[in-house]
Each structure stands twice: as structure tokens, then as C-alpha cells.
Design a binder for this molecule. Sequence first.
Ligand SMILES: Nc1ncnc2c1ncn2[C@@H]1O[C@H](COP(=O)(O)OP(=O)(O)OP(=O)(O)O)[C@@H](O)[C@H]1O
Ligand SMILES: Nc1nc2c(c(=O)[nH]1)N=C(CO)CN2
Length: 228
Amino acid sequence: MNFSEWEPLYAAILDDLGIDRGADERARDRLAALTTPFDLDRLTFEGETVVIVGGGPIETDTPIEQADRVVAAGGGIEHCQRADASIDLVVTDLDTDPETVVSLTHHGTPVAVAAHGDNVPAIERHVPAMDRDNVLATTQAKPVEHVVNAGGFTDGDRAAFIADHCGADALVFLGWVFDDSDVAPMKHRKLLWAKRLLWVLEQRRHERLSVLDGHRSAIDTDDLGDHG
Ligand SMILES: Nc1ncnc2c1ncn2[C@@H]1O[C@H](COP(=O)(O)OP(=O)(O)OP(=O)(O)O)[C@@H](O)[C@H]1O
Ligand SMILES: Nc1nc2c(c(=O)[nH]1)N=C(CO)CN2
């Protein structure tokens, strides 16, 4: 997804969640200064099934490594490690277990780090400790220099947009529970956006994402635009 397609969705998220665009842009610029270009050709998912492992409960016996590629979103890293599954890409804004994320970069795992207005201290603390060769800098604001925006907001839906950008043939999901009563109200609002953005992604891909089964009729698609 290019920025002109993403921008109206981003504007709606900023409005709904009261996020400051200028703060996101300053965070993006800080991350740009701490990182170097990452060759996205390292993440070619063409012809492959990619599992997006989220941080919610896993409610099936389906093994993570049923898929060709494993993308861990935020706390989804823990699910992968518990299952001893090798991770092809981590997507994170560093609010869950940043020490493990740093360590993974030193073991060769690519990590897409998102900068936003509320994580600059985490960026400044943890990014310099990473192996820069394995850091893909990302933003939800307008992309600049080597900082990429493939679309998406929460770690999980951003992971799905990146996998799509990298040519994933099919997307499957583990560790996703939208109606999780254990999450705080703000997290619940973010998960509503994750759901809406995955709906946008499935329109674009002309593919029904199984994670949305049973949820589509309740998704408010007003203001999401035409992505078919
Ligand atoms: N029940 C759930 N609880 C948390 N995350 C979920 C859930 N269901 C799906 N997810 C997806 O898994 C991703 C990782 O979840 P987790 O709570 O571990 O990460 P996080 O670092 O807090 O994520 P974020 O910073 O995006 O809020 C979320 O970004 C979300 O897209
Ligand atoms: N500015 C800002 N951006 C975000 C935030 C957040 O708390 N603040 N949380 C996200 C997913 O948790 C994604 N993006």
C-alpha cells in the first residue's frame, strides 16, 4: 500500500484515537537517524504461506510451522519461542519484551521496528543496541529516507501489510482474538482498528482472511474507502 492510499486511513485513526501526527513524524525522524537502509529483497515471500502470530491467546492446535514463513507481531514472539518455531520477521513497536527483540537481531532475525509518538524512549534505548543490519525502520506517518510505510497500525495488522508487500501468497493467523475480554479499553479500540485494516487488506488482496470469519458483519466499513 502506498502512502496516498494509507493516508486517509491514518488520518481516521489519528482522529479516532487522538494521536498527534507531528509526534509520529518526529519519532520517525529519530528512528531514521538511528538506522540504515534495509534491503527488502531479503523478505521475499512470493508463493509462500505466511503465518502472522499475534499476541492474543492461541485457541487451536494448529502448529505455527504449518506455514512456510513465520512473522511474529509484538508479543507473538513468545508464542513462537514456546513452540520452538523459527521466526522469519519480527514486527514490533518495542512495547513487549524489547530485550528479546534486540537479541534476535544479533542472531540474524530481521526486525521491523515501528516508531510512533509514544515510543521514542524505547526507540532511543533499544535500537542502538540492535544489529543495525537486521533492522527495518518503519513508520505509520509519511515515509522518509529509508523508513518504510507498507500500511497498518497495530503490530499485528502492520505485520500482515508487510507480508503482503513482500508478496505473500496466503496469509494465516494465530494468536488473534479480537473479542478478548482481558484487554484494556485502549487496546480494545486498537484491536477494532486492526480488524478494520485487515478488512481493507482482504479487499485489496481479493482474498478472505480467515481471521475475520464471524467478524465481517460487525465491521464498520464507513470511511475505509474503496479498496476492491
Ligand atoms: N487478543 C489480543 N491481544 C493482543 N494482541 C492481539 C490480540 N489479538 C490479536 N492481536 C494482535 O497481536 C499483536 C501483538 O500483540 P501484543 O499485545 O503482544 O503486542 P503489542 O506489542 O502490545 O501490540 P501493539 O503495540 O500493536 O498494541 C497486536 O498488535 C494485535 O494486532
Ligand atoms: N502515536 C501512537 N501510535 C501508535 C500507538 C500509540 O500508542 N501511539 N500504538 C500502536 C499500537 O499499539 C500503534 N501506533
